[in-house]
Design a binder for this molecule. Structure first.
Ligand code: ADP
Length: 313
């Protein structure tokens, strides 16, 4: 019995070894199958990504080509726009020049005729011609300035000058305009000795524009007041009227070129202008590193226009 048991041991060991071998092989097979499966899966994903990247690259390349084409077109349109703008400026200055000369002679001869012995009716007609030529003259001056602004050629000739003296020189002419309209023009104290380093002609143009507008938009019998104030480094000029006022939505828009307030219903007043004066004034003030603006409590309640520019120390 013992001998039999001893003889069985190698057989059992053999069987055990074979068992181990089978288990190891099965597990190896299963592992490699799993690994292959995972490997194939990763490959598939990588391939999908590669395909997407290639597609994106093609699309990117296409977009780049489209963008290049668009940019070429844009640069052409830009050149064309620049050329048209130049043409417009040249045309404007040509028209301005060609209209100015005959206009001056129409005005001159009309004034000469007024002085002759003519009937009252004829004199009235001639005065009409003179005032219309003045109006056209102002439009031409504004258009010239606009053309220069657009061409970047509106140069400021800056020299130090006495600001209150400049205003004092202009005020008599403005008073005549106010008298003609039946509007009272009151000027409040000047801050003495304020020197401004700027373009005297252009700044007096701004001042005249604000006062003339105030007179224009104020009915007869009412008042326009002018104030000057030294505020720190600046000198501020304020023109306050008791006229037709401005709707709150338009106090900024009126400084745009060719803009005339839409809420103001007076067609006659609108036809007297072109909406250019304030935009030019804004350009002049800004090129002096100053600021300009308007406030109004509302339609029918008057308005205050102001501009401030740096004063010399
Ligand atoms: P214009 O007076 O020739 O139309 P402006 O540029 O000087 O051109 O003014 C633009 C607009 O601003 C005017 O048409 C008017 O509607 C408004 N405006 C200017 N000044 C006054 C004012 N003092 N009171 C009311 N509205 C004004």
């Amino acid at each position: 019995m013992e001998i039999l048991a001893i003889a069985m041991i190698p057989m059992m060991l053999l069987l055990l070894g074979a068992g181990f071998l089978i288990v190891a092989q099965v597990s190896g097979f299963m592992q490699s199958a799993f690994f292959n499966q995972r490997h194939n899966f990763s490959n598939m994903i990588i391939q999908q990504y590669m395909e997407r990247i290639t597609l994106a690259q093609t699309q990117l390349f296409q977009r780049k080509r489209e963008l290049e084409a668009m940019s070429a077109k844009l640069s052409l349109s830009n050149q064309e726009l620049g050329r048209l703008n130049d043409m417009k400026s040249k045309f404007l200055s040509m028209v301005v020049h060609d209209v100015r000369t005959p206009l001056a002679s129409i005005r001159g001869f009309s004034e000469l005729l007024i002085k002759k012995k003519i009937g009252e009716k004829e004199a009235g007609y001639l005065k009409n011609i003179v005032s219309s030529t003045d109006q056209l003259g102002r439009l031409i001056a504004d258009l010239t300035d606009l053309a220069m602004i657009e061409a970047g050629k509106l140069k400021m000739e800056k020299t130090p000058f006495n600001f209150p003296d400049m205003a004092r020189d202009i005020l008599p002419g403005l008073s005549i305009n106010a008298q003609k309209k039946g509007v009272e023009l009151a000027v409040h104290e000047f801050p003495e000795g304020v020197i401004v380093d700027g373009d005297k002609f252009r700044l007096s143009q701004v001042f005249m524009n604000l006062v003339n507008n105030a007179i224009k938009f104020t009915p007869a019998g009412k008042k326009v007041e002018v104030f000057f104030r030294r505020e720190g480094k600046f000198v501020t000029t304020m023109v306050k009227d008791s006229g037709i006022g401005i709707h709150p939505s338009e106090t900024k828009k009126i400084f745009e070129k060719f803009y005339q307030a839409k809420y103001q219903k007076d067609e006659k007043l609108r036809k007297q202008g072109w909406g250019l004066g304030l935009s030019i004034a804004q350009e002049v003030v800004r090129s002096h590193k100053g600021d300009i603006g308007a406030t109004s409590p509302g339609l029918g309640k008057g308005s205050t226009f102001w501009f401030k520019i740096p004063a010399a120390a």
